[in-house]
Design a protein around this ligand. Sequence first.
Ligand code: SF4
Length: 325
Amino acid sequence: MALKLADVRTDLHNDWCSGCGDFGIEASLQMALTEMNVDIHRVVIFSGIGCHGKIVHWTNAFGIHTLHGRTLPFAQGAKLANPGLEVIAISGDGDGYGIGAGHFVHSGRRNVDMTYIVHDNGVYGLTKGQASPTQKLGEQTKSLPQPNINSAVNPIMLALAAGYTFIARSYAFDNRHLKDTIKRAVAHRGLALVDVLQPCPTYNDIETKAFYSGEDRPDPSTHRPVPRVYDIEKTGYNPLITTDMTNEDVDKKTLEVIRISNEWGDRIPVGVFYQNENVPTYEDRIMRRVPFYLDQPPATQQIQLQNKKSAVDLSSLLKELTIGG
Ligand code: SF4
């Protein structure tokens, strides 16, 4: 049965600040869920700590609000225990690229078949606007007493280096682009990152909605905004890595991703930067060792016998571990 927006929204009170880009991400995710023809009972959304984390409370799918920086291990665990689930992990930029940076890197190496959406607003919004890992060196948002002393990470390059096989960026207030990007990320076979540029009007007065949409620099003759955000795929860019490409072709594409992803200021690229479905997923790798894995994943294995006893006999292990036994 086709889902409607009312089916994927909860009626809990939403308490993000007025004008927050989180609203655009929530709406785009929910629109994507209605269009993907998924069984909503097989969708699980994980979030971390930060303003973004509330998205699981307001989306009517199974959801787990996890710990700071730990969204990815929770989500990967669920997907590997039950590969039939559609798993979507969600973080903020502080959560995902700061405290969760180690998990971010090692998740890329595994390539579990799931989607990771990051609300990227350049600040730690939930804790009063400290500079996050994506805030630029020397930038001073209204929440900082002095300019940011650290350089920013580039999430696209970090994901490329770590081995993500689908790497995209979108913008919170371009619902159509973000919804379509989320649908493509979910359809991708492997780990997909969608970094979402998200205004935080309460603490970040530099990367604002007016900044991204160009309302702060209208064309002098037409008085219309000249958007900074532009879609790289509308310029003819093709993100696909195909099996017939030579190593030289792949190197060229990689350099192009690096070059485009470093663009910032007058023009800010969004779209799918890189997509490679030729890398085996973690599930493929397990199947080589445990051929029945997909038919009998951990979540469906019998754990109790009819006589209510455990299906696994741990007595010899417990005996071995008993001190002084
Ligand atoms: Fe949104 Fe910023 Fe408010 Fe958090 S602090 S809800 S990110 S506007």
